[in-house]
Design a protein around this ligand. Structure first.
Ligand SMILES: *Cc1c(COP(=O)(O)O)cnc(C)c1O
Length: 429
């Protein structure tokens, strides 16, 4: 494939944008080479600036569960834009989408809209701290909750006491209030709760992890966290920015029948526009300004274009819940097909899958937490990524990302993808 125009555009971008991108993973740093610049997309396909076509397994990192340029979303945005793009006043559509979201998701009474998943998680933690009058937060190594300071803390090996910042600019003061646990290990959480009695405001996690590749919760893990939270009066925050409206209408709360105290949303809820949200029962949400003392705000929060896109997306998912079975079936088909050809080619791998999230870890051992995800073979992943790209299949340019299956993918696309894996696998050795 020819990527000349993409490479030229990347050069130009680097002169005026740090690293040429507005979000680091787009730069292909983890896999090497220049990123492809996308010009347009429709349904399951991306078209780059050099005219190459790709089957897309990123779907804007999750939001586009029904594929690109989904007509009802596009129409809703165009119609809204004609009437003005922002007023900074309340608008009716904010209530309409809030009512719909509250009706789809179990265990929430009120929802507040923000502009990104980062904002949603950051605000949810502030609310939890305000509500409980406690300061510490437990997060899990390898879970991503956006780029706000409290969350940019990662485990050094074996460190389960104090986190250390993994970005300069995050202060030690902030880092010391973030406690790190190990995903799928209730013992690690219990140890932190015992060592920090009456100090922990909340536990936040991706209830199906997707930011260290896809890692589903082990049987009993979420139930165990719920029990520990109840025992220690700690709020349980489900960061469903990735899983919300993707794994089920009501997200993982519905899928696994576990109640979270606060739920964060992003991605799908905005239909491809910049939207995040957080939600909880009345008692907690009424603690937010202007009813309560915890401050949170946004000039463009609840923006009409964003709400129109989100409403069109959620309405579609609410109307056609068979979509969830359809994308889970497609994901399973892909799993079985990829597994078969990798086995035939003797490529060591572990595939994790839940619903419409799937990832191929180049590792022989089970991948259940950050450490086991990090032990997978990254050199193999790099070759795999570039091979797939050459074969017209666009997966995330990092081994620590899940593939997002959209319902726009046809079985023909899936078969083509499996054949591409076969061709690439032959060259991996
Ligand atoms: C993407 C993501 C975020 C951050 O959302 P942004 O909109 O990128 O700020 C937070 N949590 C999870 C689980 C995510 O996948």
């Amino acid at each position: 494939m020819n990527y000349k125009r993409s490479s030229d555009l990347f050069k130009a971008a680097k002169n005026v944008i740090p690293g040429g991108v507005n979000s680091p993973v787009r730069a292909f740093s983890a896999v090497g080479g220049d990123p492809v610049f996308i010009k347009e997309a429709k349904g399951a396909y991306l078209f780059d600036e050099d005219g190459n076509k790709y089957i897309d397994y990123i779907n804007s990192w999750g939001p586009l569960i029904l594929g690109h340029a989904f007509q009802p979303v596009v129409d809703a945005v165009i119609e809204k834009a004609k009437k003005g793009t922002s007023f900074g006043t309340p608008t009716e559509i904010e209530t309409t989408i809030a009512e719909l979201a509250v009706s789809m998701v179990p265990n929430i009474d009120k929802i507040r809209f923000v502009n990104s998943g980062t904002e949603a998680c950051m605000s949810a933690v502030r609310l939890a701290r305000g509500f409980t009058s406690r300061e510490k937060v437990i997060k899990f190594a390898g879970c991503y909750h956006g780029h706000s300071d409290s969350f940019l803390i990662q485990a050094g090996s074996g460190a389960i006491t104090f986190g250390t910042p993994n970005s300069p600019g995050v202060t030690q003061g902030t880092a010391k209030d973030t406690l790190l646990a190990t995903y799928n290990s209730l013992e690690s959480v219990e140890a932190l709760l015992d060592a920090n009695k009456e100090e922990v405001a909340c536990i936040i996690l991706e209830p199906i992890a997707g930011n260290m590749g896809c890692i589903p919760p082990k049987e009993g893990f979420l139930e165990g966290l719920r029990e520990l939270c109840d025992k220690h009066n700690v709020l349980l925050i489900f960061d469903e920015v990735m899983t919300g409206f993707r794994q089920a209408k009501g997200g993982v709360q519905e899928l696994k029948n576990i109640k979270a105290d606060i739920v964060c949303f992003g991605k799908v809820i905005g239909g491809g526009l910049p939207v995040g949200a957080f939600a909880a029962r009345n008692e907690i949400m009424d603690y937010l300004a202007p009813t309560g003392p915890v401050y949170q705000a946004g000039t463009l929060s609840g923006n009409p274009l964003a709400m129109a896109a989100g409403l069109a997306m959620l309405s579609e998912l609410n109307k056609k819940s068979e979509i969830y079975n359809s994308i889970a079936d497609k994901t399973e088909f892909l799993h079985l097909g990829i597994s078969k050809v990798l086995n035939e080619n003797n490529v060591a791998h572990t595939i994790n899958r839940e619903g419409s999230m799937i990832s191929v870890h180049f590792s022989e051992e089970p991948v259940v937490d950050f450490e086991s995800a990090a032990r997978a073979n990254n050199d193999t992943f790099k070759k795999f990524f570039h091979g797939m790209l050459e074969n017209g299949v666009y997966i995330a340019p990092s081994a620590f990302e899940t593939w997002f299956i959209s319902d726009a993918l046809t079985y023909e696309d899936l078969n083509e993808t499996i054949s591409a894996v076969d061709r690439v696998a032959k060259k991996l050795k």
